[in-house]
Design a protein around this ligand. Sequence first.
Ligand code: F6P
Length: 372
Amino acid sequence: MPKCVGILTSGGDSPGLNAAIRAIGRTLNQEGISLLGFRDGYEGIAFDRTMRLTANAFSGILTVGGTILRTSRNKPNKMPVGKNIIDMTDAIVENYNKHQLECLVCIGGGGTHKSALRLKKKGLNIITLPKTIDNDLAVTDTTIGFDTATGTATSAIDSLHSTASSHKRIMLVEVMGHRAGWLTLASGIAGGADVALLPEIPYDLNKVADAIKKRTRQGKVFSIVPVAEGAYPIEAAKLFNAAIERKENFKSKKEKNESKEELNRLSSKYCGHTIELAQSLEDMTGLETRVTILGHLQRGGTPSSADRLLATMLGAACAECILKEKYGVMIAAKGQHTIPVPLEDVAGIRKTVPLDHPWLLNARKMGISLGD
Ligand code: F6P
C-alpha cells in the first residue's frame, strides 16, 4: 500500500505557507507518496476534516499568500467544541491511525510546536516547519513569512516619510511581532526609522521625547517611530521580568498558569497603547503626532522570493526526512542549509532579539534611538 503523509498548517497564517505545502507535496509525489491535508490546523485532524492533495492541488499556489488548508489557533488538548473546551488528543491519535499515516507534518509557530511535541509524546511521527511573521522560533535562523512581513512593514514606513515630512509630524507605526522585536527592528532599520521601540528594551518615554527634540534642534522636521506591539515602558520592566522568569522556571502547573495570566494582564495594561503613547509624545515635544497600526496587513500578500525560496528548501528537506523516516524534528534554516533539530529544542522557547545582535548594534551605531 502506498504511503500517505498528513499535513496541517496551524497558528496565524503567514505568506509562504502554500509554497511549503507545494514543495513537500511535489517532492513526495515523485516518490509515489501521497499527501492528505487536514483543514483548519489541529481541528482538521481532531474532527477528521480532510482535503485530498493530488498533484493538481499544488498548481498555481506558489505565489499565493495564506494557506489552502486554512488554519486555526486551537490546540489538540484545548479544542473548543460548542461551549466546551475538550482534550481531543486521543481523537487525533485515532484519526492518524485511521488514515494509516506515515507521519504528520505540522507547519506553524510557537503554539504549533508545543502541540506537535505533545503529539510526538503520544507516539505519532511528527515533522514540523517553522512559520511565523514574528521570527521568534528557537534554533532556526529565520521563519517562513518573516521576510515578506518585513517588506510590508518597510514599505509602509517608506510611504509615511513623505507625509511625515510634509506635515512636520511624528509618525508612530505599530508593528506586529507578539513579544519579540524582530519585525520592528528589521523594518525600522530598512525603513530608516529614527526611533524604534522593542519588547526587548523597555523604553523611557523621556528619552524617546529627548531623541525627537534633538532631531528638531538638528533641523529635522519629522520623526518616524516604529513601535512593536509588545513594547512596554521602563516602569513596567520589573513586573514583566518577574512574570517571564516565573513562567520560564515554574515549579507547578498552577504557577505556570498564573505567570501566563500575569503576562497577559501586563501586556494588556502596558503594550499596544500606541495611540496613548502618541498623545504623550505630542504633549512632550509639541509636535503633531499620528499613528498607523499595520495589523494584519503584515500577514497578507504575495510571499517574497526569499520566503518562497525558504519555504521550498524547508519543504523539500521535510520530504527528505520522511523518506529517511527521521521523525520528531523541526526542519531549521541554517545559513543556506537546512537541518533537522529535535522538537524538544524548539517547543516552548521564544527567540527574542539578543541585546548584542548585529542588527541592534547597527541600529545604535546609526543613531536610531531605542528608547533607553
Ligand atoms: O503570531 C503572528 C501574529 O501575527 C502576531 O504578530 C500577532 O500578535 C498575532 O499573530 C495576532 O494574532 P490574531 O491574528 O490571532 O489576532
